[in-house]
Design a protein. Structure first.
Length: 106
């Protein structure tokens, strides 16, 4: 059995969505048989979920890339390969700047 464990993330949703809390940790157990049936690895499944939530605008770019266990550039390339456009607004820009600052990016 494959065990996909989703790490706890501080997902800073835009305040306009009214969510001001941390997402709790959860684990999902998916049998190897299911993964074989859908012909996906656990990593691919995480990416598909991230893409779906990003397209529904439930995840920002940063949140989706974290969930997919990818950096933002890799996730953007994945979206581009599927011709999925970015929905990127001022709130997300501010979130990205805050994230970069917190990680001592220069």
């Amino acid at each position: 059995m494959s065990n996909i464990s989703v790490k706890s993330f501080d997902l800073a949703y835009p305040k306009s969505r009214g969510v001001n809390e941390l997402i709790k940790t959860m684990s999902i157990v998916i049998s190897d048989k299911v993964l074989q049936t859908i012909q996906m690895s656990d990593t691919e499944l995480l990416q598909e979920i991230a893409i779906m939530l990003f397209e529904q605008e439930r995840f920002t770019l940063g949140q989706a890339s974290n969930f997919a266990l990818m950096n933002q550039l890799e996730f953007q390339r994945l979206l581009a390969s599927r011709k999925i456009s970015l929905h990127y607004d001022i709130a997300e820009l501010k979130e990205d700047v805050k994230s970069l600052s917190a990680n001592d990016w220069r």
